[in-house]
Design a protein around this ligand. Structure first.
Ligand code: ZN
Ligand code: ZN
Length: 335
């Protein structure tokens, strides 16, 4: 396939400055890598944390973006999983060592040497990207490119958070009704859970959106739900929600922090944790999480709501995400 020498990309030169729309060289696939022509790339809150300098040691200069949907246009040596023309999904987990104690225990998500797409390796805010075939996914054919993109982080890491909230739960709270919650609400409702959605106070649009997607109740994060929760997942990056969610959770319940970054958690009285309640975080994803979620997605079926932006308007998409002005997920689409 014809691949140009140069491409457009949004490149982040340093933290605290917006990424710039520039022309750079198209990367070449090394052994085991696929060169992907990007069709769509989701915009994630993690991208904002990187732009804002809230995550340590990103690569610079950096091409953001870790929810990539595209087509394989070149393959390096020893690539067997994808052929030219195949659709490829590239997620946040980009490489692991396969040798550390975490990798050997099925916890590659917390590998000591892991590399992450759009953070420590270049991602998909570009017309082309390279990815290690072993961490890429084939995507269900029932999804268009832009519709599939949010499944690759909001879906996968949301699913891991949901999985670790416990199998036997009946009443699930979701704090922050953005890209991840809008996907997981559908999975949970499909599996017979009662979903309680919590939004920024007064955000009646997001509350109505949550009810449309299967939530039995939606309200402000400042109020208690009408019944106790068996588990809560906090997708919003606000540490103040940890004691709020604990107060809403029954004895033995789990509060999962699903984001990569959170503001400080305020101190809280021990009695809201007592009763064997658990607070835990979720970090990254394993390939197993990806395989499971992508198999479940067409069965539910999960319908993603996306708002698309051209690549050159990535900063506009990021700003709207920051202000809570995106319903569902923001996705960059390439021409
Ligand atoms: Zn993400
Ligand atoms: Zn490892």
């Amino acid at each position: 396939m014809n691949v140009p020498e140069q491409m457009h990309a949004m490149v982040l030169g340093a933290p605290g400055k917006p990424p710039q729309f520039v022309t750079v060289a198209v990367p070449k696939p090394k052994a085991g890598q696929v060169l992907v022509r990007v069709h769509a790339c989701g915009v994630c809150r993690t991208d904002l944390h990187i732009v804002d300098g809230e995550l340590s040691d990103p690569k610079f200069p950096l091409i953001l973006g870790h929810e990539i949907v595209g087509t394989a246009v070149q393959v390096g040596d020893r690539v067997e999983q994808f052929r030219l023309g195949d659709r490829v999904g590239v997620p946040w987990l980009g490489w692991t060592c396969g040798q550390c104690r975490y990798c050997l225990q099925g916890q590659e998500n917390i590998c000591n040497r892991a590399l992450f797409t759009g953070y420590t390796i270049d991602g998909g805010y570009a017309e082309y990207t390279v990815a290690d075939q072993r961490y890429c996914f084939p995507l269900p054919s029932s999804y268009g490119d832009a519709d599939a993109a949010p499944l690759l982080c909001a879906g996968l890491i949301g699913y891991r958070s949901y999985r670790l909230a416990g199998e036997k739960i009946e009443r699930l709270g979701l704090y922050g009704f953005g890209a991840a919650a809008h996907i997981i609400a559908q999975v949970a409702a499909h599996q017979g859970k009662r979903v309680y959605a919590f939004t920024r106070p007064g955000d009646s649009d997001s509350q109505a959106f949550a009810r449309r997607l299967g939530a039995v109740w939606a309200g402000d994060s400042t109020v208690l739900p009408p019944e106790e929760l068996d588990a809560a997942i906090i997708f919003a990056p606000a540490g103040s929600l940890v004691p709020v969610a604990l107060r809403a959770t029954a004895k033995g319940g789990v509060v999962v922090a699903g984001g990569i970054h959170m503001s400080d958690i305020p101190s809280f009285p021990y009695h809201i944790l007592w009763g064997e309640r658990v607070v835990r975080s979720v970090a990254n994803l394993t390939r197993r999480d990806g395989e499971e979620l992508l198999a479940i997605a067409p069965q539910v079926p999960i319908r993603t709501e996306v708002q698309t932006f051209p690549l050159a308007q990535a900063n506009d998409a990021l700003e709207r995400l920051r202000r809570g002005r995106i319903q569902g997920a923001a996705v960059l689409v390439m021409r």
